[in-house]
Design a protein around this ligand. Structure first.
Ligand SMILES: [Zn+2]
Length: 75
């Protein structure tokens, strides 16, 4: 009986944690959208000073702006 009660509380705790995680994920997702919009606004207004991004070890060369810190977009 006491095991059952204990399990019930653990289940409640588990559900509470999962609910909180899903809530936080939604907040993160909303914040990522906000950041993307803010980056778009900065990107459009910045005059940009491109340098090769040395931290990027990918196949193709990436350029990063020394003013806004954003990566050069292909489009
Ligand atoms: Zn820039």
């Amino acid at each position: 009986m006491s095991d059952c009660v204990s399990n019930f509380h653990e289940l409640q705790n588990l559900h509470a944690l999962k609910n909180e995680l899903s809530f936080l994920k939604k907040q993160i997702s909303a914040m990522q959208d906000e950041i993307k919009k803010a980056e778009d606004a900065v990107y459009l207004k910045c005059t940009h000073s491109w340098v090769i991004d040395c931290s990027n070890v990918g196949e193709h060369t990436e350029h990063v702006c020394t003013i806004c810190g954003l990566s050069k977009r292909s489009r």
